[in-house]
Design a protein. Structure first.
Length: 357
């Protein structure tokens, strides 16, 4: 039986899922800049799951080959050349297993450390009979110098591409680092700076939440009232982990009502697991706590605050990069969802669980 995923990427045979949170046209369309795509999104928003779904869809079409490569094995390796050796070996293994082909002719020597990954991917592309899309996950685990080297090599390869045989058609980088970091790392490589395209993840839609609940009800014989999906959206604003987390808390019940959802939210907040633990950690930082409270008070109208306490653009961008706040169509900021507001309320009433009284 399937379950609601609250740890790790979702797998279609194990978990209730929704369609990819990015349109495939965003990946393969003509407006992809130089072909370097950066999927920048906060933690627990479905980056890895979305990449897995997109890679599967691309390969199913058979016009383009695609692979998802994890860079996690090079985490905490601070020597750039040593990290690149690990990355090349891992990427070759991932490509061979996912594309179903052996590439014994591909050499892994680090001839030019500053271009090792770029040269390697060029060789791989030249051996394939169709264009290649390579997605890289777990970039945030790389040491800063290694991350810089990997990014600049991929950026240079995309910029210098001369047809599908010279370099992958698309390179996708998934991580939490802010967009400004990628733009800064592009300086000096291209006159116009970052020549790629940034991607984001949309939240779950109400209809998609209803679809997941219907599947669960059919599998387990649960009775779920019609207002439950809307109630879950009310609390989560469609945040992928929160939707699954709330539904998972409800899954022990065979009858779900709006009250079941309200109770599940409180259990989720008290349990402090996954995303909830991360948010508690963020709000353990006095400055982030102050900014979040200011946002909650202003409801997106910082200009109404006294001059000494006006939120700066850099403050708002930092909170948005962390996923704590979101911006509406009018450009106003608010907490990203009501669950985060409940966490903030609980800290205000009972103190932060990480602080001793």
């Amino acid at each position: 039986m399937k379950s609601f995923c609250i740890e790790g990427p979702c797998e279609s045979d194990l978990h209730y899922q929704v369609p990819p949170l990015i349109d495939l046209e965003e990946i393969l369309g003509d407006d992809a800049g130089n072909g370097l795509l950066v999927l920048q999104a906060p933690a627990y928003t479905g980056k890895t799951t979305t990449l897995m779904q997109l890679v599967s869809m691309i390969n199913a079409d058979r016009q383009v080959a695609a692979a998802l490569c994890s860079l996690g094995k090079a985490a905490k390796v601070f020597d750039t050349e040593q990290a690149l050796k690990i990355i090349l070996t891992t990427v070759l293994s991932d490509l061979e297993s996912q594309l179903g082909t052996d590439m014994p002719q591909i050499r892994l020597e680090i001839e030019e450390p500053a271009r090792a990954l770029e040269i390697f991917l060029g060789r791989v592309s030249s051996q394939l009979d169709k264009p290649l899309v390579v997605a890289f996950d777990e970039l945030d685990d790389l040491a800063d110098d290694v991350f810089l080297s990997v990014f600049r090599q991929l950026h240079a390869g995309c910029r210098a591409r001369q047809g599908a045989k010279s370099f992958p058609l698309r390179i996708i980088l998934a991580g939490r680092r802010p967009r400004s970091a990628y733009k800064m790392m592009s300086l000096g490589q291209e006159a116009s700076g970052f020549g790629g395209k940034f991607l984001g993840l949309r939240p779950f839609e109400g209809a998609e939440i209803s679809m997941m609940l219907s599947s669960f009800a059919a599998d387990f014989g649960a009775s779920i009232s019609r207002d439950v999906a809307g109630k879950i959206y009310h609390w989560s604003s469609g945040h992928p982990w929160l939707v699954s987390g709330i539904a998972n808390e409800c899954s022990d019940h065979l009858v779900w009502t709006a009250k079941t959802v309200d109770s599940a939210v409180q259990q989720l907040v008290v349990g402090r697991q996954g995303l909830i633990a991360l948010v508690y950690g963020f709000l353990g930082e006095p400055e982030l706590m102050r900014l979040a409270r200011r946002i909650m008070m202003d409801k997106g109208c910082p200009e109404d605050s006294n001059e000494d306490d006006i939120l700066q653009d850099s403050d708002l961008q930092m909170l948005e990069d962390l996923g704590l706040v979101s911006k509406d169509q009018e450009g106003n900021y608010d907490l990203a969802n009501r669950v985060f507001g409940e966490i903030l309320k609980r800290i205000s009433e009972f103190g932060h669980p990480g602080f001793k009284s």
